[in-house]
Ligand binder design. Structure first.
Ligand code: ZN
Length: 186
C-alpha cells in the first residue's frame, strides 16, 4: 500500500466505529504514538469502552476503528476498565494454554488459540505520564496479548490452521442461518 493510505489513518477525525475486517489498519502496525496527537485520550477511551461494553467485548484496539494509534482498552479482572498506551510485552511464561477467543472485528467467530499463560507487560496509562510494569495471567494475559497483536497488525485468525478457521467460519455461517430462520419464524 502507498503512503497515501497510511496518511488517511492519521486524520484528526475520530469516529468510534468498528471497521471492516479488510481495512488496512487491521493489517498494519499501529505505529503512531497516541501522545503525539492533541487528543484527549480520557474522552476517546470512554467512547471506546462504551463501544466495547455495548458489543460485550473485553478488549478493543485502535486499529479496529481504522486508526493506527498504538493503544487499546481492555477490561482487567482486578483493575476494571483500563487504557493501555505504547505497550510492550517484556516476558512470556513458558507454560502455554489453549482457550477460546473471539474478536469484535469478527463477530461470533470463536477460535481456540494457544498462547503463553502469563506475560510481563509494560505500558503507559491514559495520562501519558505513568508507566506500569506488571505480570498478567488468566483472562487478562490472553486479552492483553490479543489486543497487543492488533497493534502489530496481527489477527487471531492467523494463529490457527486453515482447516480450523474454515470450520469456525462454517459454524458461524450455520449459526447466522439459524438466527435468520428464528427471526423469520418469530
Ligand atoms: Zn480482536
Amino acid at each position: 500500500m502507498t503512503s497515501d493510505v497510511i496518511n488517511t489513518t492519521i486524520t484528526e477525525d475520530w469516529e468510534c466505529e468498528l471497521v471492516a475486517p479488510k481495512h488496512q489498519a487491521l493489517h498494519s502496525r499501529a505505529n503512531i504514538d497516541p501522545f503525539s496527537t492533541d487528543f484527549n485520550w480520557f474522552e476517546k477511551e470512554a467512547e471506546m469502552l462504551q463501544l466495547m461494553h455495548d458489543k460485550f467485548g473485553i478488549g478493543l484496539a485502535s486499529p479496529q476503528l481504522g486508526y493506527s494509534y498504538n493503544m487499546f482498552v481492555m477490561n482487567h479482572e482486578h483493575l476494571g476498565d483500563i487504557g493501555v498506551y505504547n505497550p510492550e510485552i517484556l516476558e512470556f511464561s513458558e507454560e502455554t494454554c489453549r482457550y477460546e477467543e473471539g474478536c469484535l472485528s469478527f463477530p461470533m467467530l470463536y477460535l481456540d488459540v494457544t498462547r503463553p499463560e502469563k506475560v510481563k507487560v509494560k505500558y503507559t496509562k491514559t495520562d501519558g505520564k505513568t508507566d506500569v510494569e506488571t505480570w498478567m495471567d488468566g483472562r487478562d494475559a490472553r486479552c492483553f496479548q490479543h489486543e497487543y497483536d492488533h497493534l502489530q497488525g496481527e489477527l487471531y485468525i492467523d494463529k490457527v490452521s486453515d482447516l480450523k478457521l474454515k470450520r469456525a467460519y462454517n459454524k458461524r455461517e450455520k449459526f447466522f442461518k439459524k438466527l435468520e430462520r428464528q427471526m423469520r419464524d418469530a
